[in-house]
Design a protein around this ligand. Sequence first.
Ligand code: NAD
Ligand code: ZN
Length: 341
Amino acid sequence: MKALAKTKAEPGIWMIEAPVPEVSHNDVLIKIHRTSICGTDLHIYQWDEWAQKTVPVPMITGHEYSGEIVELGEGVEGFAVGDRVSGEGHVTCGYCRNCRAGLRHLCRNSIGVGVNRQGAFAEYMTLPAYNLFKLPDEVSYDLAAIFDPFGNAVHTALAFDLVGEDVLITGAGPIGIMAAAVARHVGARHIVITDINDERLDIARRMGVTRGVNVARESLVDVMAELDMSEGFDVALEMSGVASAINEMLEAINHGGKVAMLGIPPGEMPIDWSRVIFKGLTIRGIYGREMFETWYKMASLIQSGLNLEPIITHHFAADDFEKAFALMQEGSTGKVVLNWD
Ligand code: NAD
Ligand code: ZN
C-alpha cells in the first residue's frame, strides 16, 4: 500500500510502499478515504526538537482520518465490514486509574496514532476497535477526516456553559474557528475572535463570529466598547498558545470568568497571575477529546445543523502531499484534506 512516512531522521516526509498491516485480536483494518493535516504533522515534517525526541523512525504519520472497515480482528463486536468510521487518535492503556474510571482522555499511558504507532496517512490502517466512532449518514468522509480537531474545538467550547454568554476566542486557527461555530450554535451572545492573520479572521466571519479582531492593528478594549461590553467576557477559549494573546485575554475577561486552555505554548510562559487571583478566574486545561462523549456531541452538532464546511479550504490528492504541506506551512488556510481513493 501507499503510505506517507517519516523514514529518515531529517526534515521531510516521503511516500513509500509499505505492507498492508496485519489485523490482530480486537483490532480492525480500515481502508482510509480521507485524511487531514494537523499542526503536529508539520512538526514531524520539520523534524523539530519535539518531533526528534518523540517520534521513532520509520513512522507512518497522520492521525486525522476517515474510512471504512474492511476486516475485523478476532473478538471484535459491535462493528461490521463496511461501517463508515473515524476514530480516536489516542490509544489508551485501559488499566490506569483514569481509564478504569472511564476518563480515558486523562490516560497517563496513551499512545498517539501517527506519532508513537503507525498512522493514518496510508491506504490502510489498523486500530483497536475500541477507538472507532461509527459515522452517521449526515457526516461526509471529508468532514469526518477533521473530527479529531473538531473534537478539540467541541471539548474546549463545551467545557463551560456558553448560553447567553459573551465569549472571547484567542487564535483563529482551524480549531479556534470551529470552536466559534460551536459557540454560535449552542447560543452564545457575542463571540469575538482574535488573530494576527486576516485570511483566517475572514473564515471566522463566514462561520458566524460577532467580530474578528486583528490584534496587530486593533485593540480588544476598543472592540469591547463598540459592542457595549463594559464588564468583560464571561468565557474565554484560548486557542493560540501565544503569551501576548493570553495576557490580553486575562485583561478582557470579567471577574468570575471561566477560561478553557487548549493552545500549547512553545515553552514556559509568564502570565500576570494577580489577574487570575483578583478576578477569581477558573482556568481549565483541555487535552484531546473525551472518549467518547465528545464524539457523540460532534455527531449531534452536525446532525442538528452546525455547518463546518467553510473550514475545509483545500483538497489534494494524497500524491500531491508536498503542495498540501507547503500550503499548511504558510498558516493562512483552514483545514487541508488529502484524498486517498
Ligand atoms: P494554529 O497554529 O493553526 O492556530 C493558532 C492561531 O493563533 C494562528 O492562526 C495564529 O495566527 C494565531 N495567533 C498568533 N499570534 C496570535 C496573537 N497574538 N493573538 C491571537 N492569535 C494569534 O493551530 P490550531 O490547529 O488551530 O490549534 C490551536 C492550538 O491548539 C495550537 O496551539 C495547537 O498546538 C493546540 N492544540 C492543542 C491540543 C490539545 O489537546 N490541547 C490539540 C490540538 C491542538
Ligand atoms: Zn490509561
